[in-house]
Write a protein that binds this ligand. Structure first.
Ligand code: PEP
Length: 236
């Protein structure tokens, strides 16, 4: 199972970033990808050859007058293999689905894997309404994209992110999502679950037909992360 650790804007310095990676190394889990803040990427990529690294964001253009931005081309050049796109925390900062679509296209142009976060922004119980939201989101995010080989979809509704204290998503809804996506895309696509994955609930999701997890807060807590990884190891 693929585990992607999204460090968000943490840890505060390179010393702690190295400490966390050294801890990850001891877990000996081979399918662990890490998305640290940009500034740590060159050092971590150089020192930890056995890990797959990616960025938490890119701009949708290759270069130009975009103060403060980083392009897909740049992160590819330093050795990143993937980028997270459409994360709900970016959407809260004003990023739209249309912008995310351009970013996916830019990632594809640069041969990067797009880990595309997906899902409703509000908690909704009505499956018909949910499917309408998913359809709309899918159609905008993947407009003009035909090949899903370099796309990983992370079902991670905004409301289920741990900071919202409302997650995780009930297993039944994740199942509905998996059913819906299977009908939506004919081609094979990797699906992750994300949103409030904790040591206490990970087991609940291990028998689902998913390819792994996108983990935020708990990837920064060594003890908890180890428990999560060990529980996953027991089933793979
Ligand atoms: C995330 O930020 O992608 C995430 C899933 O966060 P958390 O695990 O903290 O809910």
């Amino acid at each position: 199972m693929l585990i992607i650790a999204n460090w968000k804007m943490n840890p505060l310095d390179i010393k702690n970033a190295l400490r966390l990676l050294n801890f990850y190394k001891k877990l000996k889990y081979k399918d662990l990808w890490v998305a640290p803040p940009y500034v740590y990427l060159p050092i971590l990529i150089k020192r930890f050859k056995n890990f797959t690294f990616g960025a938490q964001n890119i701009h949708y253009e290759k270069s130009g007058a975009y103060t403060g931005e980083i392009s897909a081309y740049m992160i590819k050049k330093i050795g990143c293999k993937f980028v997270i796109i459409n994360h709900s925390e970016r959407r809260k900062m004003g990023e739209t689905l249309e912008i995310a679509n351009l970013k996916i296209k830019q990632a594809l142009k640069n041969n990067l894997i797009s880990v595309v976060c997906f899902g409703e922004q509000k908690k909704i119980d009505d499956l018909k309404k949910l499917k309408n939201i998913w359809n709309r989101e899918f159609n905008i995010l993947f407009k003009d994209i035909k090949n899903f080989k370099k796309i990983i979809l992370a079902y991670e509704p905004s409301w289920a992110i741990s900071t919202q204290k409302m997650g995780p998503v009930p297993k039944e809804i994740v199942k509905d999502f998996l059913e819906w996506i299977k009908n939506k895309i004919n081609s094979q696509i990797k699906i992750l679950y994300g949103g409030s994955v904790f040591p206490e609930n990970i087991e609940n999701y291990l028998d689902l037909n998913i390819n792994g997890f996108l983990i935020g807060s708990q990837s920064l807590k060594p003890k908890n992360f180890k428990i999560i990884i060990n529980k996953i190891k027991n089933v793979v």
